[in-house]
Design a binder for this molecule. Structure first.
Ligand code: AMP
Length: 497
């Protein structure tokens, strides 16, 4: 018998973005817990620790033994899910949640996860981090068979695939669904009897397993376990599906075995520095990145200044390796969201000034090495460099803790289309002119691989997904074939930019 939903509380405010675009955007954090009183309150805390993975909207679904409860709100977890009335509505000992970063367009509440539907054998809620690269193709085929979609999110496709599966048992239906999707997906799903976690065959996005006094937890990052005092058990393996029930946990491997291609950008920028992913502490990796950068691109200077907060660990590594003082020459106002997060160019431009201020006393008359994690459009660097020059720096040298970002991500990290990526249209010298620095250095791709503990990048079989830097995508991109981004792939792959 189908479970009835007693409450779907959708906050009726739409997010700030205007027209929906025709691309799926997901940059998210997921969290789930099975078998614990106040499950939804714990999910709230977990999502709060994962807030850096998405700040526009969030949702939590719980199951109380007879009914599902669904809450979706636009805004930060701390602003929306800490209200007692909201938590009181989310009864039950099992709960999953999702925090979402919506980019320009497609940011309406209808896209906020977890998605929930009543299927023939009961309710199913799904939360997804990643991006399904054949979702539009699958969606069109389903629509031809009469399926109706209520969102522009790729995640809803999974719900439909499970719903239309002819398999009898939930696990088999879920397996049949995930075998039809391609791309990057770390999923957490909830039915009346189970919590399911699943990672795509290449393990592009993270998903970890934790334990809180016997209650199983699934989370995007370990920092979400720390906040509730849970024990880290292990990373889910690429292609692994775990099923948690009242009898315990089982592990399945529904896909053809494949070599892991974890997203290297999680180490560069996306994951929180206090998380450990795939056996490496993110802060350690970022510091090593700084060390590699100092070796590859040394510079005669007086101080090393991070662009806070994203450049800080790499700047520490750089300063230690270079033997130069580390100084907070730029101060960040913590009461503004990530610059990048604001949809719309005009706000984004304004955002940089709202967020950072030069610490004139540290900078005046000095030769400054600025360290940031990446250059995307170049807007942040341009403004920061101007600010540091206006504060009286004698020289400004920019060092970037990753290789040039040349290609868009189709796996769940929000990057603009290729044409808007500064490194896709300019050489390093041209970029240095554009951001008005005395010198500009990026980390090499081999340097990045060394920082994560490899001897270098294996060109024949890369150990990570580094598509944003190399332009080599580890899966086919069915929905995007013919798009500008993809047309230039063959050029990039042969270095023929
Ligand atoms: P831009 O101004 O477009 O060059 O953006 C560069 C800044 O955005 C860097 O300081 C990064 O810390 C940050 N950044 C890079 N990639 C992302 C991303 N996918 N989402 C949010 N912020 C990002």
């Amino acid at each position: 018998m189908a479970d009835s939903v007693i409450g779907i509380h959708d906050d009726d405010r739409e997010t700030s973005a205007g027209e929906a675009d025709d691309h799926f955007h997901d940059e998210c954090g997921v969290f789930g817990i099975f078998g614990r009183q106040d499950a939804a309150a714990i999910v709230t805390l977990g999502l709060h620790a994962l807030q850096h993975r998405g700040q526009e909207a969030a949702g939590i679904v719980s199951y109380d033994g007879s009914q599902f409860h669904v809450e979706r709100h636009v805004g930060l977890i701390g602003d929306t899910f800490t209200k007692q009335s909201v938590i009181d509505r989310l009864q039950g000992t099992r709960s999953i949640g999702h925090t979402r970063y919506a980019t320009t367009g497609g940011a309406g509440l209808r896209n906020v996860q977890p998605f929930f539907a009543e299927l023939s054998d009961g309710g199913l809620a799904i939360a997804h981090n990643g991006n399904i690269t054949n979702a539009m193709t699958v969606q069109r085929a389903l629509q031809k068979q009469g399926a109706i979609f209520s969102s522009t999110s790729d995640t809803e496709t999974i719900l439909h695939l499970v719903a239309t599966s002819k398999q009898r048992d939930t696990n088999a239906r879920f397996v049949e669904a995930v075998r039809q999707i391609e791309g990057a997906f770390s999923l957490v799903a909830l039915t009346s009897k189970k919590m399911i976690g699943c990672r795509d065959p290449l393990g592009i996005r993270p998903l970890v397993l934790g334990d809180l006094d016997g209650a199983w937890i699934l989370a995007s990052e370990t920092c979400a376990l720390d906040i509730i005092g849970a024990r880290f058990v292990r990373d889910l393996k690429p292609g692994e599906m775990v099923v948690v029930t009242t009898s315990g946990i089982e592990s399945h491997f529904p896909f053809e075995p494949a070599k892991s291609r974890f997203c290297i950008f999680e180490y560069v920028y996306f994951a929180r520095p206090d998380s450990s992913v795939e056996g490496r502490n993110v802060y350690d990796v970022r510091k090593k990145i700084g060390v590699e950068l100092a070796r590859e691109s040394p510079v005669d200077a007086d101080i090393v200044v991070p662009v806070p907060d994203s450049g800080t660990p790499a700047a520490i590594g750089f300063s230690q390796e270079a033997g130069l003082p580390f100084e907070l020459g730029i101060i960040r106002n913590h009461y503004v969201g990530r610059t990048f997060i604001s949809p719309g160019d005009s706000i984004r431009h304004m955002g940089v000034k709202l967020k950072h201020n030069a610490n004139r006393r540290m900078i005046e008359g000095k030769r400054v090495v600025l360290v940031d994690d990446s250059i995307v459009r170049g807007t942040t660097s341009q403004k920061i460099v101007q600010m540091v020059r206006e504060a009286g720096a004698k020289e400004v040298h920019m060092r970037i803790a990753s290789p040039p970002t040349r290609a868009s991500c189709f796996y769940g990290v929000d990057t603009p289309e290729k044409a808007k990526l500064l490194a896709s249209r300019m050489s390093v010298e041209e970029m240095a002119d554009f951001i008005r620095v005395d010198s500009l250095g990026f980390l090499s791709i081999d340097g990045l691989y060394r920082a994560v503990g490899e001897t270098g990048r294996d060109a024949q079989a890369p150990q990570f997904c580094d598509a944003c830097f190399s332009g080599e995508y580890p899966t086919r991109l069915l929905d995007f074939e013919g798009a500008d981004n993809v047309r230039s792939l063959s050029l990039l792959a042969t270095g023929g930019q």
